[in-house]
Design a protein around this ligand. Structure first.
Ligand code: MTE
Ligand code: MTE
Ligand code: SF4
Length: 653
């Protein structure tokens, strides 16, 4: 009997219309856990680097994590994996909500799609009955609208549906996949789904998932629950309110936007507006939120409520969370009412709320700079907000200038030429970053930005504080009950770390200590992304209920896999290196591991070099960022080393 795992994947050949239920190898679960880990293995085995994102041979995987479908609190992430049209690298993107537990209840861990359907279709998974159904009537329908239409057509209000909008159908490089209160947003996997002619995947399941040691598991969950309640009642003192509790950043609960509006950049990620926030704006935005917000909402089996449903006047209801609350407002130098209204349309179209607004502001900046002409924008309204609505429509339809902008800032700049690349200034690995331009280089964030396989810092930051505490009392108090922290050295950093003097950045923490801290943060994310846990209960906040010391027992009690902290660390190292290997064969090297040039105003080239050198060494990678043969052997990844060898990757340097 399989425990925690359903033990079966659905293999769908869209070209031939063939569906198979295939038993998965339990040894793979031991080695890679599930979710991102086993997805990375399948991508490695099946998608060679010559395959383009939109080629039928590319594979698109929707995967539940190992703990999804068990009673583990907040285990609800669906990991979607493929090749990104934007970065041309291995992409994983995830959504919470309700989809992956439902897939497990239907009896599957993954839906693995290859090929391309001849016409637009949707997949309907109803326990053992799985069909590919015609979706021609859903052409052009919104990503949220489609979910409701499919549920109605199936007469299955309890089905969970993940869908793309027009942007995905038209292969916009930053198209998302939307589901209930969640979104699989970054890297354009909605476009890959569109390229396969799959409009949606609906699932309904009524089976059970087995637990290896149920009584022990439930006891562990009681502890997680008790701590979660305590932690929610005890936010971290003297810390940003949106990050002081559990969950993803609590944007829907908080009205005070001084921090984001004054520290993040406006327009095409250019301008910081110190002193922007004032009493009038505070009142106006509070009123907007009160008018539009219906209620706070949660994901499957989670005690937090990070999202909200919103109804802008005269528009349908949609869900919103985290920093997407402000991305449209700030890109357009507008107000919150505009931002929340256009976000509704953008969610229906299915585009990423981080890349989308920046791409639009980038287009307008090129017009102002004379690189694009008035003729390119013929028909665009005069008013500022109108311009963004107009651009959004052009982009998702790939009409006129929208067709170029739909490729994202990097590829658009490539097509436009004339110096446009200087305006695509906020990218890592050709992928738009959070609109942030800061002062002095931060060594921890330097590594997080450079070396994150997904080129999205929100997916990797977390358990370590973002800034020093102001007083020694605060530092000592923070460390005093920090049982989640895996090392005394890291605790010592928090005790010493200061805004000024010997223990201030950028030279403190030292490169060795930064490597250790970043490695820990990454490790937590990799566990979450394999077991399907929401980072908001684990890798993202300070002092979370899930950590390296209770995870092994939880995973073991659920799955029966023998596990202690050392073994868990080894598994995450294996998965982290396998994900990287998928990128290494696609050409990723040290030269690509750079932050946007203007991310920090004050840079320290020698220190930055040392940081990367030290981190690579810490990771067991060579000086070009390639995992060494010895490391790969230690991690049972000899097959990766052999492949690197065959491709001549080791002899390059
Ligand atoms: N959980 C995992 N496992 N991995 C992640 O990267 N990101 C967090 C949170 N949970 C994240 C995660 C962040 S920053 C946000 S805003 C929400 O997921 C996004 O929720 P959604 O995917 O349900 O839309
Ligand atoms: N895009 C859409 N359409 N909807 C969203 O809710 N959330 C943003 C961003 N883009 C969001 C979005 C947030 S808060 C995060 S952290 C990332 O997407 C999550 O990226 P992922 O879904 O690729 O993991
Ligand atoms: Fe969803 Fe927030 Fe719970 Fe995470 S912590 S599962 S984002 S409600």
């Amino acid at each position: 009997m399989r425990y925690a795992d359903a033990g079966y994947n659905l293999e769908i050949d869209l070209t031939r219309g063939n569906i198979e239920k295939v038993e998965s190898d339990p040894r793979d679960t031991e080695l890679y856990l599930g979710g991102l880990g086993t997805n990375a293995k399948i991508m490695w085995d099946r998608v060679p680097p010559e395959i383009d994102a939109f080629a039928p041979e590319n594979v698109l995987i929707f995967s539940a994590g190992l703990l999804c479908g068990t009673p583990a609190l907040s285990a609800n992430r669906t990991m979607v994996t493929s090749i990104s049209p934007q970065t041309k690298l291995f992409q994983y993107s995830m959504m919470g909500g309700f989809w992956s537990p439902e897939l497990k209840f239907a009896g599957y861990d993954k839906v693995i799609m290859r090929g391309k359907a001849p016409n637009l279709v949707y997949i309907w998974i109803n326990n053992d009955k799985v069909e590919i159904r015609d979706a021609s009537h859903l052409h052009g329908k919104g990503a949220v609208e489609t979910q409701e239409l499919i549920k109605a057509e199936l007469n299955e209000p309890k089905a969970q549906v993940a869908a793309i909008g027009l942007a995905g159908e038209n292969r916009v490089f930053f198209a998302s996949i939307e589901q209930a209160r969640s979104s699989c947003s970054r890297g354009g996997l909605g476009a890959v789904m569109g390229s396969k002619n799959v409009k949606a995947i609906a699932v309904r399941g009524t089976k059970n998932i087995n637990l290896a040691r149920p009584a022990e598991f439930m006891k562990l969950m009681e502890e997680v629950k008790r701590y979660t309640i305590w932690r929610n009642e005890n936010p971290i003192p003297n810390y940003m309110p949106i990050l002081a509790g559990l969950g993803s950043p609590q944007e829907m609960k908080h009205d005070d936007e001084k921090w984001h509006t004054e520290n993040f950049s406006w327009g095409n990620s250019r301008t910081r507006r110190r002193g922007f926030w004032n009493k009038d704006i505070a009142e106006d935005w509070k009123k907007t939120m009160a008018t539009m917000q219906n209620r706070l909402i949660s994901c499957f089996n989670c005690p937090n409520k990070c999202g909200a449903t919103l109804t802008p006047p005269g528009q349908p209801t949609y869900m919103m969370k985290c920093f997407t609350k402000l991305t449209y407002t700030m890109a357009a130098y507008s107000d919150l009412a505009f931002g929340l209204s256009i976000a509704q349309k953008a969610t229906e179209y299915g585009i990423d709320g981080y890349s989308g607004p920046q791409v639009m502001a980038f287009g307008l900046e090129l017009l102002e700079a004379g690189i694009l002409s008035e003729a390119d924008f013929a028909g665009m309204p005069e008013d500022n907000d109108g311009k963004f609505y107009w651009l959004l429509d052009r982009i998702v339809r790939r009409e006129g200038i929208g067709d170029i902008l739909a490729d994202g800032t990097y590829w658009a700049a490539e097509r436009i030429g004339k110096g446009a690349h200087a305006f695509a200034h906020n990218n890592i690995r050709k992928h738009e970053q959070l609109p942030l331009k800061l002062g002095t280089m931060d060594p921890i964030y330097y590594l997080l930005y450079c070396c994150n396989e997904k080129a999205t810092v929100t997916q990797i930051e977390g358990n370590f504080p973002q800034a020093p505490f102001a007083t020694q009392e605060e530092k000592d108090a923070f460390v005093s009950d920090w049982f989640q922290c895996p090392s005394e050295r890291i605790k010592e950093v928090v005790r010493k770390w200061s805004f000024k003097g010997e223990y201030a950045g950028p030279y403190y923490p030292t490169p060795e200590l930064c490597s250790e801290i970043v490695d820990w943060q990454e490790r937590m994310h990799y566990v979450d992304d394999c077991v399907g846990m929401c980072a908001g209960m684990s890798s993202f906040p300070l002092k979370p209920p899930y950590h390296l010391f209770n995870y092994p027992q939880i995973i073991s009690a659920a799955s029966g896999i023998e596990m202690d902290t050392d073994e868990l660390v080894k598994v995450t190292k294996r998965v982290r290196n396998l994900v990287r290997a998928n990128n290494i064969i696609r050409g990723l090297r040290r030269v690509d591991e750079v932050p946007p040039e203007d991310h920090w105003n004050k840079r320290f080239p020698e220190l930055e070099k040392e940081l990367l050198d030290t981190y690579y060494k810490y990771k067991g990678w060579n000086n070009d960022g390639v995992p060494t043969k010895e490391l790969l052997h230690e991690l049972n990844l000899d097959y990766v080393a052999e492949d690197f060898e065959k491709r001549g990757i080791y002899s390059e340097t």
